[in-house]
Design a protein around this ligand. Sequence first.
Ligand code: PBG
Length: 330
Amino acid sequence: MKIIGKYPESRLRRNRKSDWARRLVAENNLTANDLILPIFITEGNNKIQSIKTMPGIFRYSVDKISYVVEKASKLNIPLIAVFPNTPEKFKNKNGSEALNENNLVCRAIRKIKRNNFKIGVMADVALDPYTSHGHDGILKKKEILNDETIEILSKQAVLQADMGCDVIAPSDMMDGRVGVIRKALDNKNYKNVQILSYSAKYASNFYGPFRNAIGSNKKLKGDKKTYQMDFKNSNEALREVALDIKEGADFVMVKPALPYLDVIKSIKENFKIPVFGYQVSGEYSMIINAIKKGIIDKNSITESLMSIKRAGTSAIVTYFALEVAKNLKK
Ligand code: PBG
């Protein structure tokens, strides 16, 4: 960029002199349309449970879920994402509960779709909420099997589409799963079911509170480094995205968001497709706990989301979605 102008003719502070002047030149704005609300679901009836590691976030039993979905819908949030807290007794080595049409996610999707809210429903495709070892795929000896896993994932995707799921989100990081899932959906004439691929999902240290929320924390044997990305890499994320687009992804996700703004930006610049960012549980917890302790101001929430937008995202999965949407309405 060529630098034009010099002091004293040029004074950049002139455009910052008042609130209206700043609003006039704002390069980015946050609206409810930018927000995707994650919702945790739990077994039982009449339950709204708080989560120790994520202050302000709750798990809802299926009968209570409409209450929070309606709230999101009224606030114009375009999409919600459901995550199950599967009871231990339903978990096993191969995660077979993923294919049970009466599992938590399936019941939740059916319940939400029955209400005809003007809101999209997204569900992850991965085995980790259902495996006794906490991995996203089938574990054999010490290996997470790729091709055997994606066979199950394609069935899980079709089942979720059967339930009325609008956006299928493979979050497992197996190779080739987007193509296999796209084909399976198209074979059942689900041409309009979208695929949001977690294309660049890092083996991150920021997932801790989430794993606690879905009860996979103590379970996890080892780590996920043989399938989730190494946080030393960014070029590799571009290859992941290129393959997923070729295989039929409608949009791609970068996860976590805040420590990976460079990755978001470079995907957007290189592919010009909708990119989403996932502000994960660890990011949420750091910010909310610092606010609670009075260490940082509440406006840090908007600042963090704005930085993710500025990097080039079309929308952000964030546990702050309801609160931010409410404040935007005021
Ligand atoms: C796994 C999955 C993870 C999250 C959502 N789905 C991470 C993991 O356990 O590997 C994390 C979300 C968060 O931390 O907010 N399929």
